[in-house]
Design a binder for this molecule. Sequence first.
Ligand SMILES: NC(=O)c1ccc[n+]([C@@H]2O[C@H](COP(=O)([O-])OP(=O)(O)OC[C@H]3O[C@@H](n4cnc5c(N)ncnc54)[C@H](OP(=O)(O)O)[C@@H]3O)[C@@H](O)[C@H]2O)c1
Length: 341
Amino acid sequence: MVTLNSVLVVGPTGSVGLALCKRLIEHLPSFKRIAAFNNTERPAGPAKQAILDELHQSGMEIVSGTYNDVSAFRGFEVVMMPLGNSGNFLQPQIIDTAIKAGIRHFYPSEFGGDITVGDNWNQRYYRDKVLTREYLQKCNSELRQYGDGIGWSLVCIGRFTEWSITPYFGWNHINHTAEVYGNENVRQSLIALDELVYHQDLIFKIQTNVNDSVAAFTVLTLLDPFDVEDSRSCQRTYRFSQSSPTWKELFGIMEKVTGHPYRVTYRPVSEARELQRRAKEIGDEKLESAASHRLVQGTEGTLLPQPWDNSKFPEISKIRGVEEVLKEAFHSEKYKSFYGL
Ligand SMILES: NC(=O)c1ccc[n+]([C@@H]2O[C@H](COP(=O)([O-])OP(=O)(O)OC[C@H]3O[C@@H](n4cnc5c(N)ncnc54)[C@H](OP(=O)(O)O)[C@@H]3O)[C@@H](O)[C@H]2O)c1
């Protein structure tokens, strides 16, 4: 039985990356080596440096270099790549470098809907996640010819609860209105990313008291022993979620959280489809991706299929409900600007 003992996190200062690093630190004694990758080609600044410093002081190694720097990737068993959507296209490059450095297991930047569900695989929004999965398959097939191979772990969650009520998705928390796609019965699966972590905060303090989140589950999967010979033969998918409320239920929850009812307009998904088509026609990739994201939302693309894997990790005995997480996030200073307040 094998577990993944030495871990490199690429994109450690992003929302998901930072949450993962904090949980790794919490489990420090269970790992041989945990490190955060500092990409020296990316913009730097005091906020990012403060996070890296704190990670370092809390027990993580900081590895500096570029995504082509084989020597920087040496000595790890697994690379986690929680890059943001605009950086996801870089994953094949990271995979190449990591393979050259001897790494044989990957956690690609998933943390969303199951992209094999419905029409997700063909959605522009998921394009770079699809390309990354295809690239992992291709590398594995090539390496197999030489008796080698790579493995991967996919973490699918639907949506982060904290992200489900953002202006980006049509919510206006000042006027208490919303414009969303689909109808009131459309569902989405939700689970908290972590405790209140928001990457625009300048001061980041390690708090290790909330264990019922995607970040906590994901770190436990590293310690989940393979039932195959080694990490290069292991390709597994984990699905974690708390519940799958409908739009109507989510608006009901937000009424309780804010004390205000929301006036909701449900837009037909055909509009999002048409917007996506037009955006593609004029070559506006950002708009195309945003329209595609709305289409995914309005057609239950983030409804996570059962069975979920929560119970495989009895260490996490209770997962906070949607109302509890949103109450906490909505009233926190940290999320104010995120929610347009
Ligand atoms: N299901 C949901 O509700 C939900 C919500 C949010 C995110 N997600 C998913 O979670 C994953 C991580 O998202 P996130 O919000 O944590 O990401 P993020 O905070 O936007 O970015 C994470 C890191 O990616 C790197 N990065 C971003 N853009 C880049 C670019 N153009 N070139 C190179 N590097 C870039 C940066 O690393 P450096 O620090 O090295 O510069 C950044 O810190 C994504 O796959 C996203 O789809 C899901």
